[in-house]
Write a protein that binds this ligand. Structure first.
Ligand code: GCO
Length: 442
């Protein structure tokens, strides 16, 4: 016991600390399906767009200098497919070189690169071909993955393939908040199936690329967003049933496909899909909040019961701050799959940086608890290194450890960034740090 009853929380040796970001949200200057979507009035809540974003495309060295100064040991970023393959089968080698330079810049700073190959955005030609509804979409995605695997193979890269596939499905084909803006359950399942196949083919392509080059196999992982789903009324059987269904659809089905090398129901008929074999060395878990569901409302149309007013919220997106949901989410994956986990995103959009500090600390307490209970967790990444363009909310969302003045593009680390650095340096959280930000232990 130390300060005021808070225990020092030690993390395992070799636990990796860092942050995550994506190309479209930070780079500026992209032209993909999201670029066009953003131009449609009403799609982005604050009317902003990603045309400049953080200008990270030109300022990545400065950003990685900051990451290094802030003690980060790993950084998760994405390669923008539309830059690499602006037309089908046509490669832009200068852009390939760009991401080689980005990766090298991290390595030179002693930061482990974790590379996502698809973080929501699609090239225009792929959109025009029907995107993830096209049965050939997995084959269209695979050559790009091989290309980047080869290009970055000289560095020790950890591969994430597709970021939050069920958000692509839910946002794009159920809730209509992401392109192509549809509300169609049947199409959503088709997209989920093709995203699974795409993960498998991409993983296989990366493995073969490394084999052909005579290199050791890299770490490859799927990245799932996991929301803790609860019935609005626990005593109502239909609410409980709906919660189970939503959990199985959003949190379990896709990953089950990866882990069992099959296309599970309802996206498929359970048949095996061989390329998915050996496509997960660990599971990337993105956690932000919980969601309550009520059978009295139309969940598929995005209708949600009222939020709990006693909980703090993420600005704009209005997500409840719910660290209690993190532990059961982690445990459910561990108990089911016994695969190492990596916390690939966790964070909050807010200008109240003390809230961000509390958010990070209370969530890390849950991660630590899971580790104590035997879960193999390899690392933790804050979303995000800097403020950036938030999909439906635009630039007025503030997820960064580093604040961004969009008029000057000046980066200023927030207090949370220094708090996080202290945690990284100690590979743990002292009692006094918890007391400072969380107050007296109750
Ligand atoms: C996602 C993405 C990130 C978001 C973050 C906050 O989870 O949707 O991976 O790109 O910006 O999660 O919404």
């Amino acid at each position: 016991m130390t300060s005021m009853g808070y225990k020092t929380l030690k993390f395992p040796k070799g636990f990796l600390w860092g942050s995550a970001a994506s190309a479209h949200q930070t780079e500026g200057g992209n032209h993909n399906d999201w670029t066009e979507w953003e131009r449609i009035p009403g799609k982005i809540k604050d009317g902003t767009n990603s045309s400049v974003a953080c200008d990270h495309y030109h300022r990545y060295e400065e950003d990685f200098d900051l990451a290094k100064e802030l003690g980060h040991q790993v950084h998760r970023f994405s390669v923008e497919w539309s830059r690499i393959e602006p037309d089908r089968g046509k490669w832009d080698e200068r852009e390939v070189d760009h991401y080689r330079a980005v990766t090298k810049t991290l390595v030179q700073r002693g930061i482990q690169p974790m590379v996502t190959l698809h973080h929501f955005t699609n090239p225009i030609w792929f959109r025009d071909a029907g995107a993830w509804l096209n049965p050939k979409s997995p084959d269209m995605f695979a050559p790009y993955c091989r290309k980047i695997a080869k290009a970055l193979s000289e560095y020790d890269v950890i591969w994430n393939i597709i970021n939050e596939p069920m958000n692509v499905v839910g946002g794009g084909y159920l809730l209509g908040e992401f392109p192509p803006g549809e509300h169609d359950y049947g199409k959503a399942l088709v997209a989920a199936k093709h995203l699974l196949m795409a993960h498998g083919l991409a993983a296989k392509g990366i493995r073969e690329t490394y084999d052909d080059l005579g290199l050791h196999q890299p770490q490859i992982a799927p990245v799932q967003v996991v929301t803790y789903i609860e019935p609005y009324d626990r005593s109502n059987g239909s609410d409980v049933e709906l919660a189970e269904y939503v959990d199985s659809l959003y949190n379990q089905m896709w990953l089950q496909g990866v882990m069992t090398a099959s296309i599970p129901e309802p996206a498929g008929d359970g048949s095996q899909y061989e390329p998915l074999e050996n496509s997960a060395d660990f599971i990337g878990v993105n956690y932000y909040s919980r969601m309550r569901v009520s059978s009295k409302l139309d969940f598929m149309a995005g209708e949600m019961p009222p939020k709990d007013d006693s909980l703090e919220r993420c600005e704009g997106l209005d997500w409840e701050v719910y660290p209690q949901g993190y532990y059961p989410v982690i445990k459910s994956y561990w108990d089911r799959w016994r695969k190492p986990l990596f916390m690939t995103e966790n964070g909050i959009g807010t200008l109240d940086d003390r809230l961000r500090c509390r958010y990070i600390l209370t969530h890390l307490q849950q991660v630590h608890r899971a580790i104590q209970d035997g879960v193999d967790i390899r690392g933790y990444l804050v979303w995000s290194l800097t403020d950036n363009f938030e999909w439906t909310d635009g630039l007025s969302s503030h997820f960064g450890l580093i604040g961004m003045d969009y008029s000057t593009l000046k980066r200023t680390p927030r207090e949370s960034a220094y708090m996080y650095r202290e945690i990284i340096q100690k590979n743990g959280i002292s009692g006094s740090l918890q007391q400072k930000y969380l107050g007296r232990h109750s």
